[in-house]
Design a protein around this ligand. Structure first.
Ligand code: ATP
Ligand code: MG
Length: 592
């Protein structure tokens, strides 16, 4: 695999890894050949042995932006290839002419790379478009007709539906089921030539209308659709059905383990039937790919369905696909979430066939863990109140030193200006303190972190009684880092920024997008469960150096959590910050 794929965090065993290990031990795929690009059996047959021990693929339909659920599939497929000396293909499943757009293709490419994976290395570039396989798919369909495994059905959609039967009732054979091979060949040619209107004829596999599995009751494999395709234009007016196209795509690409979500379990018999027939006919190389199903990622407080996400965007319940509240990968990136956090989450969630609902807080824990490790510390006052140090000379200032990362002393310290007027958090002062309150109140002392101990002497109010400033005196011998720092013991430890140097900035505090853990569960409309307070915008006072934050740069704001300079709305010298996630520990322990 490419070096750009991150090293695993000791991946936990799961049933799919066990299958791969057993297949490799048995040498199941050892003799496959690989022509260096997808193709039919004859192309691969001439080629050397496949250098990839396994091949997996991530096959998105480019009809929307990727969401957190897709990240599970990406981490699984690319992770297997990375860990077992294989390769993972990025394949755009763009066989449906109506919905695909370049914008989605581009964003999917970006998202997979952002998560830390790559489909390209020195030898191979495994980025594919299923629509490039249309000629081979037609060849497969023509073979099925010639071998008596497919027929053109001319029933109406309604008749087909009525004759399909139900879970308890067998289906009925179509009156067109026994057309001669020659007649089927003629009709399929004319379907391709554009002689017929949409829906008038369908090519169906000829399997068994009495099968207990409805998917085997002569499934449709090609339909007429007079539509312009984003890649092939007006070249075709017949398009393959997904359940026909997908197994063929896998086989053409030499995929060994075709991993999908559980809803495709009932399709597996058709997947196997189709590939068997085509291998019998010499069109596809053996051993054939095999499909394995795992359970989708479900998360509380969000929706993970493209259809619902499109609705949120189109009806403007959010600002766009990359709204930081959206469970999309573009939203996550803008929110400041980390790719490493997603990998950690997927490792913790694991891969199984059990449908579990994962608590959103697990995702936040994973993000927090990676950010705690990665992010430098800075100071921000989110609800500013003036603190005036009455015994500090006007016009004087000095520099205090704050460590950039408590776990990484090698990242050094930075200077923070200190002078007579500072900003502190409004909640760090109480005129009449409650029991156990250790911060500022008249007569009490507290430490200004990285600075001095101060003693509160009172406050100022406006006409309405609102506190406008807190007054205090500092103890010059208590400066942090000097021998006198411990001479006065205090319980409160406050953060602050120097008023004269502070950077005034908009900060956006995000909450869950939905009020309920399972939006839309039962009979409710998920839109009625949107959280009206999911984004709060405030004006904060930040440490001076944050003015220079680069868009996309992230920090821990001490006491408040992890914040990223919004990559879109931040301007040079005027950052806007998004809160990615709060700190786990409340201020209680250290700040009292
Ligand atoms: P949605 O159901 O949200 O519309 P989809 O399955 O239609 O998504 P595709 O573009 O077809 O979207 O998905 C690409 C791959 O991502 C598929 O292999 C699919 O199984 C996988 N995938 C989609 N949603 C999830 C999920 N919630 N958890 C794990 N894998 C998922
Ligand atoms: Mg799909």
């Amino acid at each position: 695999m490419s070096k750009s794929n991150p090293t695993p965090v000791a991946p936990a065993a799961n049933f799919i890894r066990n299958i791969v290990e057993a297949d490799l031990a048995a040498g199941k795929y050892a003799l496959r050949r690989w022509a260096g690009r997808p193709g039919l059996a004859e192309a691969h047959a001439q080629a050397p042995l496949d250098p990839a021990r396994i091949r997996t693929r991530f096959p998105p339909e480019p009809n929307g932006y990727l969401h957190f659920g897709h990240a599970k599939s990406i981490c699984l497929n690319f992770g297997l290839a990375r860990d077992f000396g294989g390769r993972c293909h990025l394949r755009f499943d763009d066989t449906n002419p109506e919905k695909e757009e370049q914008e989605y293709v581009d964003s999917i490419v970006d998202a997979v790379k952002w998560l830390g994976f790559d489909w390209q290395d020195e030898q191979e570039n495994n980025l594919y478009y299923a629509s490039n396989y249309f000629p081979w798919m037609l060849q497969c369909a023509e073979y099925l007709i010639a071998a008596g495994h497919a027929y053109v059905d001319s029933q109406s959609a309604e008749e087909m539906r009525a004759n399909r039967g139900t879970l308890t009732e067998k289906g009925k054979d179509s009156p067109f089921r026994n057309r001669s091979i020659a007649e089927n060949q003629d009709l399929f040619k004319r379907m391709q030539a554009g002689e017929f209107a949409d829906g008038t004829h369908v090519l169906r596999a000829k399997i068994d209308m009495a099968s207990p599995n409805i998917n085997l009751r002569d499934p449709a494999i090609y339909r007429i659709r007079h539509a312009t395709h984003h890649n092939t234009g007006d070249q075709y007016c017949v398009y393959p059905m997904y359940t026909f196209a997908h197994p063929i795509e896998d086989a053409l690409e030499n995929i060994t383990h075709s991993i999908c979500t559980l809803e495709f379990e009932d399709q597996r018999p058709f997947y196997d039937w189709l590939l068997e027939r085509l291998a019998e006919g010499g069109l596809l190389q053996r051993p054939l790919p095999q499909q394995y199903e795992f359970s989708r990622l479900n998360l509380t407080y969000v929706v993970l369905s493209k259809r619902k996400l499109i609705q949120l965007v189109e009806e403007r319940h959010v600002a766009g696909w990359d709204d930081p509240r959206m469970p999309t990968l573009v939203g996550a990136r803008r929110r400041g979430y980390t790719p490493q956090g997603f990998q950690l989450l997927m490792d913790r969630v694991g891969v199984s066939k059990n449908d579990a609902l994962i608590d959103y807080s697990l995702l936040e824990d994973c993000m927090r863990e990676t950010m705690n490790e990665q992010d430098e510390r800075r100071i921000a006052v989110l609800d500013p109140l003036k603190l005036v140090i009455t015994n500090y000379p006007e016009g004087q200032s000095e520099l205090c030193q704050a460590p950039n990362h408590p776990l990484k002393p090698e990242l050094g310290k930075r200077d923070m200006p200190f002078s007579r007027e500072l900003w502190i958090e409004r909640e760090d002062f109480m005129e009449a303190p409650s029991k156990g309150y250790h911060r500022l109140y008249p007569g009490n002392m507290a430490r200004l972190r990285y600075g001095y101990v101060v003693k509160c002497t009172g406050c100022e109010k406006d006409d309405s009684g609102k506190i406008t400033a807190v007054l205090c005196e500092y103890l010059p011998e208590t400066r942090s880092g000097t021998p006198g720092a411990d001479s006065v013991k205090v319980k409160g430890n406050l953060h602050w920024v120097c008023a004269a140097h502070a950077c005034t900035a908009e900060v956006r505090l995000y909450d869950r997008l939905f009020k309920t853990p399972s939006p839309g569960a039962g009979d409710t409309d998920f839109l009625t469960e949107l959280n009206p307070d999911s984004c709060r915008r405030i004006t904060a006072q930040l440490e001076a150096c944050l003015k220079e934050a680069r868009p996309g740069q992230r920090f821990q704001f001490e006491r408040h959590g992890y914040f990223v300079a919004d990559p879109i709305d931040s301007k040079a010298g005027a950052p806007v910050f998004n809160r990615a996630v709060t700190l786990k520990d409340s201020w209680g322990k250290t700040g009292g």
